[in-house]
Design a protein around this ligand. Structure first.
Ligand code: PLP
Length: 406
């Protein structure tokens, strides 16, 4: 038997997370299962991480086989599986160089350092500032909270790391005005995840590319949430026909094993020479084995196309749900299997009602509920999720109609 969930008042964990009173013991595909056997349809996928669902046979086999061989060697020695994964990522994207990390924030740290070093190595160390966009989320390290620019994450942690300038979302005039001779890069999520599933208009992404080309700036895409098939493309920027110079990835690439990477063109990575950057665990053999196994599945012919098809099905059903519950659901947002319900009613209530119906979904900024199911969901899973969302929306409506005194 698994240990019973620990109540918040008894926990000795640093209480930075609002945890649901619920814990999972195991999983099967899109299902997460508690110790007493209760099954939840997992349309959060550990916040867009479990791209292939829970306990995918190919990932389980790969990880357990690697666990019996060697776990860790450090970057003092060669990394054959890391070389292979890097080469496969390069072959499937714009990239020519890869640096492996353990998390998304760390991939962004690499991206930020790389952009600064690129200019410094070219004789322009004064070009170190990076422009980011309102509503952004880039992680929780000191540099990435400064990049994200959200005051609630910055307050109380000492002076904000210098070198980040934030401009409003999709505002060409403000962006042009913010670029100075000190600007090194523009950094953006093609679709904001934590910020509430806001898609950057294609025209604006093209503008960013043009500005970077004109002014010699690095274009950084944070595809930590949007990447690895999530949007119905291998990476979301493929939808817009705009490639970055540097891209951070994490979440889906490990399928649940913690890992990330910073991808770049050879030119963008040219300042990152021997000894300029490093990490103990990055590119660890366990992570590299699993990353390769994720790509075996995601890059298999037809897999990503199928994500697009099932996503369309989900989006159509959600549009119907919105028409059925106009007092609750205001708008359907997002791309592929990264969809959001923008609500009229508090999103936290909706997340709780969905959980009461046995469906896991995730809140986001701008009062949005995120649906981030594993990429392997079937039409039956979609139908089941929509039926549970329908019940959750009805429960929210019923609560609205009850007199406030009750
Ligand atoms: C999750 C996320 C991050 C941070 O990743 P961590 O692994 O939590 O450090 C950064 N950017 C985006 C867009 C994310 O979704």
């Amino acid at each position: 038997m698994a240990p019973a969930p620990v109540s918040a008042s008894q926990s000795v964990l640093v209480p930075t997370y609002a945890r649901a009173p619920l814990a999972f013991e195991r999983g099967e595909g899109p299902w997460a299962i508690t110790a007493d056997g209760t099954r939840y349809l997992d349309f959060g996928a550990g916040i867009a991480v479990n791209a292939l669902g829970h306990a995918h046979p190919h990932l389980v086999k790969t990880l357990t086989e690697q666990a019996g061989k060697i776990w860790h060697t450090s970057n003092l020695y060669g990394a054959p599986d890391g070389e292979r994964l890097a080469r496969r990522l390069c072959e499937a994207t714009f990239a020519e160089r890869v640096f492996f990390t353990n998390s998304g924030a760390e991939a962004n740290e690499c991206a930020i350092k790389m952009a600064r070093k690129y200019h410094a190595a070219k004789g322009h160390p004064e070009r170190y500032r990076i422009i980011t966009f309102e509503g952004a989320f880039h992680g929780r390290t000191l540099a990435t909270i400064a990049a994200g620019g959200q005051q609630k994450y910055i307050d109380g942690f000492g002076p904000k790391v210098d070198g980040f300038d934030q401009v409003p979302f999709d505002d060409e005039k403000a962006l042009r005005a913010a670029i100075t001779p000190e600007t090194a890069a523009l950094m953006i999520e093609p679709i904001q995840g934590e910020g509430g599933l806001r898609s950057v208009p294609a025209r604006f992404l093209k503008l960013l590319r043009d500005l970077c080309d004109e002014q010699g700036l690095m274009l950084i895409f944070d595809e930590i949430q949007t990447g690895v098939g999530r949007t119905g493309k291998f990476f979301a920027h493929e939808m817009y026909g705009v490639a970055p110079d540097i891209m951070s990835i994490a979440k889906g690439i490990g399928g649940g094993f913690p890992m990330g990477a910073c991808l770049a063109t050879e030119e963008a990575a040219s300042g990152m020479t021997l000894g300029t950057h490093g990490t103990t665990f990055g590119g660890n053999p366990l992570a590299m084995a699993v990353g390769n196994a994720v790509l075996d599945v995601v890059l298999a012919p037809g897999f990503i196309e199928r994500v697009g098809q099932i996503a369309l099905r989900l989006k159509q059903s959600l549009a119907e749900l919105k028409d059925k519950h106009p007092g609750v659901i205001a708008e359907i947002r997002g791309e592929g299997l990264m969809l959001g319900l923008k609500l009229h009613t508090p999103n936290t209530d909706f997340v709780n009602e969905a959980r009461a119906q046995g469906l896991l979904v995730v809140g986001a900024g701008d009062n949005v509920v995120r649906l981030l199911p594993p990429l392997i969901i079937t039409e039956a899973d979609v139908a089941e999720a929509v039926s549970r969302l329908d019940k959750a929306a009805s429960a929210v409506e019923a609560a609205l109609k009850r007199p406030a005194a009750e």
